[in-house]
Design a protein around this ligand. Structure first.
Ligand SMILES: NC(=O)c1ccc[n+]([C@@H]2O[C@H](COP(=O)([O-])OP(=O)(O)OC[C@H]3O[C@@H](n4cnc5c(N)ncnc54)[C@H](OP(=O)(O)O)[C@@H]3O)[C@@H](O)[C@H]2O)c1
Length: 236
């Protein structure tokens, strides 16, 4: 039986591990055709589902993003149905002490990288007659930002702001722009940041939500989908 996303042509950034790798596996299982990106080509190839095209790309760098979308255009005949912007980094330090290069990397990867990939994808999405862009935000961006999360929170609020404007700007082209905003997801990123036990969502939970978003009826718009572990719902 064909999958729910059979033949859908997708670019996924940050696909070598964590949420992006889970999304790639889930979309491949639903029949999507994939072009995957991250900086570490070896890790990306090891994680990639069979048949996916892997492109080493740094989303902070315009030339690197150009290379990614040139490869996607060649693989998909100049058309694209879906961009999932999962590439991102997180440093949690008080703003007054945070190293500027950490702040800059979050802005470059999470904010500028999202924008560069949107710009790379839009011509291909237009050529396909429309499609979807899903930008990875964080559920923390919708709450008061707490100590230590100012830089990361600023980057994800910027993703939200760009996504809202892009949704309006690209709607006439039939391109729907959404944010997927989880928090407390058990990935290598979170393991590098938090040792604590407790309830975490699985990266597969986020991938499942993305499939829900992509298989909605055409009359439905999903502006933002926020996902939290149930027993942390009231925790900041
Ligand atoms: N885990 C959570 O609880 C959580 C919650 C809310 C939102 N998010 C967001 O979800 C996304 C994925 O997070 P994750 O937890 O899966 O993180 P992760 O396990 O660290 O994976 C991050 C991915 O992004 C790639 N990446 C990082 N910088 C990049 C760059 N400059 N260019 C290209 N690829 C780059 C990494 O590969 P390379 O290092 O090889 O490039 C990797 O594939 C991020 O945007 C994160 O902010 C995560």
């Amino acid at each position: 039986m064909p999958g729910a996303l059979a033949g859908r042509r997708a670019v996924i950034t940050g696909a070598s591990r964590g949420i992006g790798a889970a999304v790639a596996a889930r979309l491949a299982g639903e029949g999507a055709r994939l072009v995957l990106a991250s900086r570490d080509a070896g890790e990306l190839r090891a994680a990639a589902p069979a048949g996916a095209l892997c492109v080493a790309a740094d989303v902070r760098q315009p030339a690197s993003v150009d290379g990614l979308f040139t490869a996607a255009a060649e693989a998909f005949g100049g058309r694209l149905d879906l961009l999932v912007n999962c590439a991102g980094v997180c440093y949690l330090e008080p703003l007054a002490e945070m190293a500027l290069d950490q702040f800059d990397e979050m802005m470059a990867a999470n904010v500028r990288g999202t924008l560069l990939c949107v710009r790379g994808a839009v011509p291909l999405l237009r050529a396909a007659g429309g499609g979807d862009i899903v930008n990875m935000s964080s559920a923390l961006a919708a709450r008061p930002i707490t100590a230590g999360k100012g830089g990361y929170g600023a980057s994800k609020r910027a993703v939200d702001a760009m996504s809202e404007a892009l949704a309006a700007e690209l709607d006439p082209d039939g391109i729907a722009v959404h944010t997927l905003a989880p928090t407390w997801v058990d990935t290598p990123m979170r393991r590098a940041l938090f040792a604590e036990d407790g309830t975490w969502m699985a990266a597969d939970d986020v991938a499942d939500a993305l499939v829900f978003l992509l298989t909605r009826p055409a009359r439905v718009a999903v502006q933002a989908l926020r996902l939290l572990p149930r027993d942390r719902y009231h925790q900041r």
